[in-house]
Design a protein around this ligand. Structure first.
Ligand SMILES: Nc1ncnc2c1ncn2[C@@H]1O[C@H](COP(=O)(O)OP(=O)(O)OP(=O)(O)O)[C@@H](O)[C@H]1O
Ligand SMILES: [Mg+2]
Length: 232
C-alpha cells in the first residue's frame, strides 16, 4: 500500500466490518468502522456493554479476523497476512491488556512479564533487569516470585500491564484494564500505567466505561451502532 508509506498514523482501520453468524441469524457488530491513530496518540473508546468494544480491539490486534475491511499497522496491511506473521508482529510491536488479566497460572509474576520474550528468544540479563524495574515501578518488587493465584486482583492487573509494555511496543491495546478493580485501586493502577505509557511514548487505544479515564486521552470516541462517533 504505497499510499500509506510514511503516514503519520501508527494504525488505520478502514471499513472494518464484523458479522457473527448465530444459527440462521447474522449479527452485525461492527459496520464499516474507520479509525486512525497517530503515533504517540492516546485514544479512548466508550460504549455500552455488547456494543462491540472488545471485538474491535481483538480485530485491531489481529486476535480475530474481520468479515471485511483493512487494518494497516505501522505501514503494513495486516489483512491477508499469514497468522504466523501477524503473531510475530503482535509479539514484537503490540501490547495487549485484556479485560481479564489472562496471566498464566503456573508461571510467576516475573515469568509472566517476560513471556513475550521467553516465547521468541532466550531472556537476556538486561531484559530481566528491565522487567524487575517495571515491577518496581508498579510497586511489586516484593511479589516477583508470586504466582497469579497468590496475587490480589489489582496486583495481577499490574503484572498484565507490565507484560504489555515489556517489549516497548509501538501500540498498546487496553480493554478495560482496571474494570474489575475498586475505584481507588483502579485509579492507582491507571496512573502507573499512563505514566509508563507516557515515558515510553507508546500509542494507546483504551476501552473504558469511566469518563474520567477517557478524559485523560487525546481523542475520545463512543462505539455506537457499529461505528465510532466523536464523544461529546
Ligand atoms: N464469537 C461470538 N459469536 C457470536 N456473537 C459474539 C461473539 N463474540 C461476541 N459476540 C457478540 O458481539 C457483541 C459484542 O461483544 P463484545 O464482547 O465486543 O462487547 P463489549 O462492547 O466489549 O461489551 P462489554 O462492555 O460487556 O465488555 C455481543 O453482543 C456479543 O454477544
Ligand atoms: Mg468487552
Amino acid at each position: 500500500m504505497n499510499s500509506t508509506l510514511n503516514s503519520p498514523f501508527i494504525l488505520q482501520c478502514q471499513q472494518l466490518t464484523k458479522v457473527f453468524q448465530q444459527g440462521d441469524n447474522k449479527i452485525v457488530i461492527l459496520n464499516n468502522l474507520n479509525l486512525n491513530v497517530k503515533a504517540g496518540e492516546t485514544v479512548s473508546i466508550m460504549g455500552s456493554s455488547g456494543s462491540g468494544k472488545s471485538t474491535l480491539l481483538h480485530l485491531l490486534a489481529g486476535l480475530d479476523k474481520a468479515s471485511s475491511g483493512n487494518i494497516i499497522f505501522n505501514n503494513q496491511n495486516l489483512t491477508g497476512l499469514e497468522d504466523s506473521k501477524i503473531c510475530q508482529i503482535r509479539n514484537q510491536k503490540l501490547g495487549f491488556i485484556y479485560q481479564f488479566h489472562h496471566l498464566l497460572p503456573e508461571f510467576t509474576a516475573l515469568e509472566n512479564i517476560l513471556m513475550p520474550i521467553i516465547i521468541q528468544t532466550k531472556v537476556s540479563k538486561e531484559k530481566k533487569a528491565y522487567a524487575l524495574d517495571i515491577l518496581a515501578k508498579m510497586g511489586l518488587s516484593n511479589r516477583v516470585n508470586h504466582f497469579p493465584g497468590q496475587l490480589s486482583g489489582g496486583e495481577r492487573q499490574r503484572v498484565a500491564i507490565a507484560r504489555a509494555v515489556i517489549n516497548n511496543p509501538l501500540l498498546i491495546f487496553a480493554d478495560e484494564p482496571t474494570g474489575n478493580l475498586d475505584n481507588t485501586t483502579s485509579n492507582q493502577v491507571l496512573d502507573i500505567f499512563l505514566g509508563l505509557q507516557q515515558e515510553l511514548r507508546t500509542s494507546l487505544v483504551i476501552v473504558t466505561h469511566d469518563n474520567q479515564v477517557a478524559e485523560k486521552t487525546n481523542t475520545q470516541y463512543r462505539l455506537l451502532n457499529g461505528v465510532l462517533q466523536a464523544k461529546i
